[in-house]
Design a protein around this ligand. Structure first.
Ligand SMILES: [Zn+2]
Length: 453
């Protein structure tokens, strides 16, 4: 029998034009390339020279659109896995409260919210809400890690060429997400047409505004020479997570402005002076933040790696924050564990107990969880500056494996202490509560004290 190969080849050729449908995801090629190039070109002279060569700058610029190249239908699994990294629907993400710093804590918090609000299940799935700050933080940490290795190899007079290649790749990759983070439509549920029920100003609901603004309009009207003068001066990053979230929130606050400009035909043809200025400023904000994050990765790559704590040992926490405190000031933290003050009714049940959370009043024979590992809470920049002290009471569920879930603030003496306390208690490890010889999940309160003395 004759091979059907020619026929197959023919059908493949027919399919190709379908697969090659151009996709635009944030700023398009031009905007992303521009952001990466401007950030790399504006690096200060105390950064390593290899990052500042014309070849390095070209490489970083080339990589600006790289994650969008991973969104081709030719690689459907890759596309599905990383498409949510490009955006965050901040209005939905904020429903879970303070965003945890780690991706899987965030996923767990969204699913916990869904469990309590099943009617929101469709909107609140993590891949619908997006992972923008998480991928940015993760790639930034890759960059910092590679820079730390570069320092080690340089100091040992070993070949740094391989790690230099890694650094350029991470730097270019990072630039994509930081660039996405300057595009207001990447930080809102109204990402491509107004979707909120309330639309009193009659903003467009057409699903074209996203690419019209970031690709068509930028391609036709905005050039490096418009953007470069708008870069802000170098600004040191004090906390990469907090500062990046603040940057994203600022970007998100401009989402409605995009719709206003669109309504004034700001993104049609050559647009308006306001729309051109706005767009150039957004691209410049992306490049400025990216440059600042490059510098922060370099500076922080020199910091010593924190000591390892055995999570199974009852660790006496080190005062990791002490070094950054004003001279003569030490920082003490203590955690006091106790039952929650609320009196929920305990319901006697048959084994297994895992599926049930024990709450006060605890039954006879119930043994409280024992705190085994308690890393220091971070002391926020603001709290440190203003020497704020006090306590934060946090309610949590200690699972049968000793990990912490469902963290909520019960009370706090200062809102500037809350994030540090929450992030710390999420890392706590316990020996679980026991009942009739079985580990059980228990709801408890933990008091985190911030004292200066
Ligand atoms: Zn993107």
């Amino acid at each position: 029998m004759k091979s059907p190969l020619p026929l197959r080849l023919f059908s493949v050729l027919l399919l190709l034009p379908l697969l090659a449908v151009p996709s635009s995801h944030a700023w398009g090629n031009k905007g992303h390339t521009m952001i990466n190039r401007l950030a790399a070109e504006s690096l200060p002279a105390d950064m390593p020279a290899f990052i500042r060569t014309p070849e390095a700058i070209n490489e970083i610029a080339y990589l600006g659109p790289e994650p969008d190249r991973w969104r081709s239908r030719a690689e459907p699994e890759l596309n599905a896995a990383q498409a949510p990294d490009h955006f965050i629907d901040i209005e939905y993400a904020d429903l879970i409260g303070t965003l945890p710093r780690q991706r899987y804590q965030y996923i767990a918090a969204l699913y916990a919210y869904i469990a309590a609000h099943p009617d929101r299940a469709a909107d609140l799935r993590p891949e619908r809400v997006g992972f923008q700050p998480y991928i940015t933080s993760e790639v930034w940490e890759r960059l910092k890690s590679a820079m730390r290795d570069y320092r080690t190899l340089s100091a040992a007079h070993q070949d740094t060429k391989p790690v230099e290649a890694a650094i350029l790749f991470y730097a270019g990759w990072l630039g994509h997400y930081v660039g996405d983070g300057s595009q207001p439509l990447h930080v809102t549920i109204n990402y491509n047409g107004w979707v909120e029920k309330e639309n009193p100003n009659g903003y467009t609901t057409d699903r074209t505004i996203h690419s019209q603004f970031e690709s068509t309009f930028v391609d036709a009207n905005i050039n490096t020479t418009d953007v470069q003068p708008l870069l802000t001066p170098l600004h040191p990053i004090s906390d990469e997570w907090d500062d990046y979230l603040a940057y994203l929130r600022h970007t998100g606050s401009l989402a409605e402005r995009v719709y206003q400009l669109d309504k004034q035909h700001g993104f049609d043809g050559t647009g308006t002076p306001e729309s051109r200025q706005f767009t150039a400023e957004r691209l410049a904000a992306g490049a400025s933040m990216l440059r600042d994050l490059y510098v922060a990765a370099w500076v922080k790559s020199a910091e010593p790696v924190p000591e390892w704590h055995d999570p199974h040992e009852n660790s006496a926490p080190k005062t990791s924050g002490a070094a950054e405190l004003p001279p003569g000031v030490t920082f003490q933290k203590q955690a006091v564990v106790g039952p929650p003050p609320i009196a929920n009714t305990f319901v006697e049940s048959q084994k297994p107990f895992d599926a049930q959370i024990f709450r006060k009043p605890f039954p006879d024979g119930f043994e409280h969880p024992i705190l085994r590992y308690a890393p220091d809470p971070e002391y926020s920049k603001k709290a440190r500056k203003n020497k704020i002290t006090g306590k934060v009471v946090v309610r949590m569920t200690v699972e049968t494996n000793g990990s912490v879930e469902d963290v909520h603030v019960v009370s706090s003496d200062s809102k500037d202490l809350v994030d540090g306390a929450l992030n710390a208690v999420r890392k706590y490890k316990f020996s679980p509560a026991m009942y009739q010889g079985h580990p059980v999940a228990a709801e408890i309160n933990v008091e985190v004290n911030f004292q200066l003395n």
